[in-house]
Write a protein that binds this ligand. Structure first.
Ligand SMILES: [Zn+2]
Length: 501
């Protein structure tokens, strides 16, 4: 009896143990199948997909427009070829001529050596199998797509700039940032435009592979765009530039044989920059480097005589009857007049028309350097005109600086007096606008795709010289074009002008 009970107890115990073990197994299976399924799937994905980053950089999320809503960006599509070494190596070993022709086309287009490319692919196929990503054109794209060669893929759709004026604008004030070279956050106009337009993305192409790491036929690759960072809100930018005027300005420079020159067109009524074209010392055109480069400031030369004159007129230190004697050289500074034999007794009109250095040095002495420098700053000299991050501010003597003024060189705009083409254009605009200075600007507004305006330029205008003073300068400048040193010049903010170096 007792033994019988013992045996029964043991059976029950064994039975319970068995049930318990079964339960444990069930739970474990459940855990694997349900709870851990995400991990299992991921492990599978890693085995069956190869992720290739084929673009890591900035792309435009908005567009740039000119003042008439003409689109300057995203007018083109760019193509890239993605070559997967482990997948194409069989074409190389089997001397597949279609593949060889394609690879030669790609190498020619990218100016790469064909045999270097073969070596690279073979090395990668045997090692890390890193994909080779190269730029291609429409023709090569078509060739690749019609060839049906496995292991080469075409990717398109990276937004880029229009291949003309839009490109010249952007390549000069945005591309440094687009290339990630000068990403430092500041309050510059290019930073503002960049933040509205650009976002940092990684474009990933996922190629399906089988268990042995070979291409899976019949399975569609997956294209992914991973947003790395977004600047401000998605914005489109409207500039004050006018495509047609910009083009006309560039064409005008193109026709001139001169190098190192600039054409700036500004609306004198509101300070909008309509065009800015340059030709540098190498004769390179269709760029705006001069405007956005911190090295681009020049001695204004005789153009600065306008500032001396404005200061003198405002301080009542000069009239049309004021005369000085020009012997050909200023005895105190030793600075010569262009007319080395001297102009003799000369009045304001003739001195301005003939750009007499001796007259203006004497006038500058009478006005005093401080009044001239104050006037220069009122006209915007010594300060960035458009606030590009790398734009030059030029140079004038600052009020606070305890320095010995070099009156001779101030009077004739040499040595430490440095200006930019935009500052000069702004000066002439203020005079043409009867002494009202409108702050130069290039950004009209930033707006969303739905028309929401995020930012709008607010005009800033200020009277800097009296209408009487501007009228006299306007008259003298017109005379320069008519009969003086500026007879050849006509392309400088309208027809009134003043020659300078
Ligand atoms: Zn003279």
């Amino acid at each position: 009896m007792l033994d019988d009970l013992k045996v029964r107890k043991r059976i029950i115990f064994l039975f319970l143990t068995f049930i318990f073990l079964l339960l444990v197994l069930e739970v474990r299976l459940y855990a694997i199948m349900v709870i851990k399924s995400d991990f299992a799937k991921e492990a599978m994905d890693e085995q069956t997909y190869r992720s290739i980053v084929y673009y890591d950089g900035f792309e435009l999320k908005g567009d740039i427009y000119d003042a008439n809503m003409r689109k300057l960006t995203n007018n083109g599509i760019e193509y890239k070829a993605i070559i997967l070494p482990s997948a194409v190596i069989k074409h190389i070993t089997s001397n597949n001529s279609t593949f060889e022709n394609l690879l030669r086309l790609i190498c020619d287009y990218d100016k790469l050596d064909y045999y270097d490319m073969l070596t690279k692919i073979s090395k990668e196929a045997a090692g890390y199998d890193q994909a080779v990503v190269v730029g291609i054109n429409d023709r090569i794209k078509d060739e690749i797509e019609s060839s049906n060669i496995t292991g080469i893929y075409v990717k398109s759709g990276i937004k880029k700039f229009a291949d003309d004026i839009g490109a010249s604008i952007l390549s000069n004030f945005l591309s440094n940032r687009m290339n990630g070279e000068y990403i430092k956050y500041d309050d510059s106009i290019d930073m503002k435009i960049f933040n509205s337009l650009a976002r940092h993305v990684k474009k990933i192409y996922k190629v399906p592979l089988d268990g042995r790491g070979m291409l899976m036929p019949g399975m569609e690759p997956i294209d992914e765009t991973v947003e790395e960072s977004v600047g401000g809100p998605v914005g489109n930018v409207m500039l004050t530039l006018d495509y047609n005027i910009q083009k006309a300005a560039e064409d005008a420079l193109h026709e001139k044989s001169d190098k190192n020159c600039a054409a700036t067109v500004m609306n004198i009524r509101n300070g909008e920059v309509l065009a800015m074209a340059t030709k540098d010392e190498n004769g390179w055109e269709r760029n705006m480097v001069t405007y956005v480069n911190d090295n681009s400031a020049y001695n204004p030369g005789s153009l600065f005589k306008i500032i001396v004159l404005a200061a003198a007129l405002e301080k009542n230190k000069v009239g049309l009857e004021t005369s000085f004697f020009c012997s050909g050289v200023d005895s105190e500074t030793g600075i010569h007049c262009f007319n080395t034999s001297g102009h003799g007794m000369i009045g304001l009109e003739d001195a301005f028309a003939n750009s007499c250095n001796v007259y203006f040095i004497n006038l500058a002495r009478k006005v005093g350097p401080k009044a001239i420098m104050d006037m220069a700053q009122k006209f915007g000299f010594g300060k960035k005109a458009l606030n590009f991050s790398k734009e030059s501010a030029g140079m004038v003597y600052r009020k606070s600086e305890d320095i010995e003024y070099d009156i001779g060189n101030i009077a004739i705009g040499q040595k430490d007096i440095m200006v930019t083409p935009l500052q000069v254009c702004s000066m002439i605009s203020s005079i043409a606008n009867n002494g009202m200075r409108n702050k130069p600007h290039i950004l009209k507004r930033i707006f969303g795709d739905d028309g929401t305006v995020y930012e709008k330029h607010a005009d800033e205008s200020k009277s800097i010289i009296s209408p009487e003073t501007s009228e006299i300068i306007q008259k003298l400048m017109t005379e320069v074009v008519k009969r003086g040193t500026g007879q050849k010049a006509s392309l400088y903010c309208g027809s009134a002008g003043k020659t300078g170096t």
